[in-house]
Ligand binder design. Structure first.
Ligand code: HEC
Ligand code: HEC
Ligand code: HEC
Ligand code: HEC
Ligand code: HEC
Ligand code: HEC
Ligand code: HEC
Ligand code: HEC
Length: 429
């Protein structure tokens, strides 16, 4: 009797335990979580579980694009010194490069600046005026160390969030009534710019592993086409199809097709200031437009074939390439022909010819072409508006392009076979 009672109690306890455990799992109502709107949560939240990925991202320029100077004064790479700035502007004025006289130009004071933009090629500065964020008319060029003008005549007609915001911050929401205004989750290119809004992923417990994976975008698991379009949503230039006046793909989410949200610029469509007549990029953030024209695209060689976004546990290389310089090419092109164009030089600088620096971010020729095609002197001879790879090195000495092209043709032509035909070959006919 006693034993029977005890065993009933034990069985009941086990039963309760089982119910307890299962109902514990049921506490996680996946459907409830995924019925909420999917929101941006910010990189700091991702950090709590993905410290290594956070750490690698922090080391890249993506994390440093737009920075809040009230949180980090070191975001300024240069002092905002009115004397130095106006001295440089006087040189620009003397060269006839300014659209306004210097005393009519707005020079922001340091404490008016809210965000910095960039630091690799140049730095620009954001101020607020009547609740709208604008890009100020001063720009610091990192390599040359000089100050230059930027839209000094109409800077307060170009709202930052509408024109540029989606490419430089994460989780932008433009105001429905006034798209010049809006909000964003964090400045800079955060985790969710490439992985999509993460609130569902974060809310689900580790035990719901598959749901957790399914509620976040892993570009490595996407088809190549949609994966590369994530990079293409920013390394691109054009117009939003959804929001008038926006320079970025408003409404686009990683994993989706980019086309419905964005129209890239082209020379054919009349854009002569950002593209060369052969459709190669003339200005920066057009790597995707270049790449789209390349043989590499057709072969499935994408941005992440050459660039690593996360280089876990080690410092990143310049421009996040997996290999430095021409080694980027040699990992796949183990063997290239040693004749024709490849026989001219005693060195093998693949980048120098195949990715010439013909595009501009801050100063001319500071950005590489991504079509991977060598532009010969003959292309410039046919159309002087088109640059060539050779003159990025052969600048002064070979100013005579016809001569350079001739020397190229002589050196790059296949030697004419000499000697007698082999008699024995005929014997097999
Ligand atoms: C509470 C912890 C937690 C937080 C916070 C979190 N994750 Fe995760 N994440 C996980 C776990 C667990 C997995 C599954 C790991 C696995 O597949 O083995 C995962 C997987 C991933 C994956 C890979 C998915 C796949 O299919 O391979 C990505 C990408 C990812 N997380 C990105 C993020 C981003 C971006 C954020 C911030 C918005 C974030 N995570 C926040 C725990 C978290
Ligand atoms: C379609 C996306 C896109 C738009 C729109 C865009 N940018 Fe950018 N921007 C980029 C990308 C990508 C880079 C880095 C790659 C490059 O420059 O080739 C960049 C680079 C920069 C840099 C230089 C960063 C550095 O470290 O030197 C500055 C400054 C900048 N942008 C300012 C602006 C301003 C101001 C606007 C709006 C008037 C704007 N951008 C519009 C995508 C964009
Ligand atoms: C510029 C785009 C970009 C940004 C920003 C970015 N990632 Fe990624 N992430 C990728 C790509 C692409 C992959 C696919 C793997 C690869 O190519 O390295 C990836 C892979 C991952 C994975 C899965 C790794 C695996 O083992 O499969 C995790 C987790 C992750 N990222 C977390 C983060 C977190 C956390 C942040 C922010 C701190 C972040 N990512 C920022 C592009 C990005
Ligand atoms: C939300 C917009 C955005 C997305 C998405 C994005 N990028 Fe970028 N990327 C930028 C901006 C802006 C910069 C310039 C940051 C700076 O210089 O401050 C940049 C810089 C870079 C650089 C130069 C890094 C350096 O250290 O100077 C590389 C390489 C790059 N991105 C590759 C990629 C790849 C590959 C992807 C896709 C997996 C990608 N980006 C996705 C906006 C983006
Ligand atoms: C075949 C290899 C390869 C592919 C594919 C590739 N890149 Fe690059 N990328 C490079 C190399 C090499 C550099 C120059 C590195 C250096 O100077 O150290 C570079 C430089 C860059 C830079 C720095 C600015 C510049 O142009 O000088 C950005 C940004 C960039 N790549 C983005 C991208 C994006 C986005 C894609 C995809 C649309 C892409 N790359 C595809 C090899 C590649
Ligand atoms: C991930 C592998 C990979 C990397 C890295 C890579 N390539 Fe390629 N490349 C290919 C493949 C595949 C093809 C097409 C087949 C072939 O020609 O070998 C190709 C084709 C080419 C072509 C021929 C295009 C044509 O019109 O026939 C050129 C030129 C080229 N690559 C240059 C480069 C340069 C320069 C680099 C370094 C910046 C590079 N590749 C890096 C895989 C790669
Ligand atoms: C002097 C400029 C120059 C340099 C340096 C150069 N290339 Fe080329 N490459 C060309 C030209 C021009 C062609 C077009 C075919 C020809 O005339 O030989 C070409 C063709 C190619 C092709 C397609 C045809 C083939 O031969 O397979 C590949 C792949 C290629 N180059 C890769 C490379 C790699 C990898 C490097 C670095 C080791 C490199 N190139 C260095 C100018 C150059
Ligand atoms: C990365 C810089 C660089 C690029 C790009 C470059 N060259 Fe050169 N070139 C040199 C240097 C340096 C020499 C000196 C000889 C050597 O080291 O091979 C040279 C030598 C030459 C010579 C003389 C070779 C001889 O044996 O007399 C010719 C002709 C030539 N280059 C043509 C070209 C053409 C055509 C292109 C474009 C397709 C080109 N180069 C691209 C740097 C470059």
């Amino acid at each position: 009797m006693k034993n029977g009672c005890l065993s009933i109690i034990v069985i009941a306890a086990i039963g309760l335990l089982i119910i307890g455990c299962t109902s514990g799992e049921q506490m996680v109502d996946v459907a409830k979580i995924t019925s909420q709107p999917k929101e941006y949560v910010g990189s700091e939240t991702c950090k709590t579980c993905h410290l290594q990925h956070y750490d690698s991202w922090k080391a890249t320029n993506h994390s440093r694009m737009a920075q809040d100077v009230t949180e980090n004064e070191d975001a300024f790479i240069v002092d905002i010194n009115q004397k130095v700035i106006t001295a440089d502007f006087k040189k620009l004025e003397a060269a006839g490069k300014l659209k306004l006289p210097i005393d009519k130009i707005y020079f922001p004071k340091k404490d008016e600046i809210k965000y910095t933009l960039g630091n690799e090629w140049k730095q620009r500065f954001i101020v607020e005026k009547e609740g709208v964020l604008y890009i100020t008319p001063i720009q610091f060029n990192t390599e040359s160390g000089r100050w230059v003008n930027y839209h000094e005549h109409d800077w307060d007609k170009r709202p930052w969030l509408l024109k540029c915001g989606g490419c430089h911050t994460t989780g932008v929401k433009l105001d429905k009534d006034n798209p010049a205004m809006g909000s964003f989750t964090e400045p800079g290119v955060g985790c969710e710019a490439c992985h999509g809004a993460g609130s569902w992923h974060v809310a689900l417990p580790k035990t719901a592993l598959f749901e957790k994976r399914q509620t976040i975008v892993n570009p490595a698991k996407l088809p190549r086409g949609t994966a590369v379009q994530i990079c293409g949503s920013c390394h691109n230039r054009g117009k939003s199809t959804m929001q008038k006046g926006a320079g970025w793909p408003v409404g686009y989410m990683p994993g989706k097709a980019l086309e419905p949200y964005y129209t890239s610029t082209s020379y054919a469509a009349g854009d002569k200031s950002h593209v060369y007549p052969n459709e190669f990029a003339k200005k920066h953030h057009q790597q995707y437009i270049d790449w789209m024209q390349s043989e590499h695209r057709r072969e499935g060689v994408t941005c992440t074939s050459c660039h690593s976004v996360h280089q876990l546990g080690m410092p990143t290389t310049r421009f996040q390439t997996k290999e430095a310089g021409s080694k980027s090419c040699l990992s796949c092109h183990v063997q290239t022909s040693q004749n024709m164009a490849h026989s001219i030089h005693s060195f093998a600088n693949c980048i120098g010819c195949h990715m010439p620096r013909i595009a501009k971010s801050a100063e001319s020729a500071d950005i590489h072409s991504h079509v991977f095609k060598t532009l010969l002197p003959s292309e410039t001879l046919q159309n002087p508006e088109i640059p060539n790879s050779c003159q990025t090195c052969h600048k002064h000495k070979d100013a005579n392009l016809i001569e350079l092209q001739k020397r190229f043709e002589v050196l790059a032509s296949m030697p004419t076979p000499k000697g007698k035909a082999i008699e024995s070959v005929n014997a097999y006919k």
